[in-house]
Write a protein of this length. Structure first.
Length: 138
């Protein structure tokens, strides 16, 4: 007799789903983390701690390089996207392990500033509903 559901399914579906994250991304970030481990020592950031601004800056440099057309980081030979992922991994690890020096600027008084800019963006789209096509690489 076939069961309607497997009892393990009822429990398993309530747990964090790793299957929703791209396996090549996880493995690629693993490569980027391995490179850092070889250069600086595995898990050095947990012992020495990190500054938020250093990893924010590094992550943003990788993302900007990628966005401007440089797919591969010249130093590592890895995708800038993977290097940015490694930066975020270290940053988040330092936050949850309380080894982070939070050197971000003081909080904005207006915590809705992104919503405000998004509203302005909507207003521009309403004003110019038929946008000209973008110029792209391909």
């Amino acid at each position: 007799m076939k069961k309607e559901t497997n009892p393990k399914d009822a429990v398993g579906i309530k747990k964090v789903p790793v299957s929703v994250v791209s396996s090549p991304f996880i493995m690629g970030v693993g490569l980027a983390m391995m490179e850092g481990a070889r250069k600086y020592g595995r898990h050095n950031y947990r012992v020495s701690g990190v500054s938020s601004s250093v990893y924010y800056d590094a992550c943003m440099r990788h993302l900007m390089a990628w966005y401007e057309g440089q797919d591969i980081d010249e130093d590592s030979g890895l995708s800038h996207i993977l290097k940015a992922g490694a930066c975020l991994s270290v940053l988040y690890d330092s936050i949850i392990n309380d080894t982070n020096t939070d050197d971000r600027p003081p909080k904005m008084k207006n915590q809705n500033w992104i919503k405000d800019f998004n509203k302005m963006s909507e207003d521009i789209i309403k004003k110019y509903p038929k946008s000209l096509p973008p110029f792209t690489e391909k």
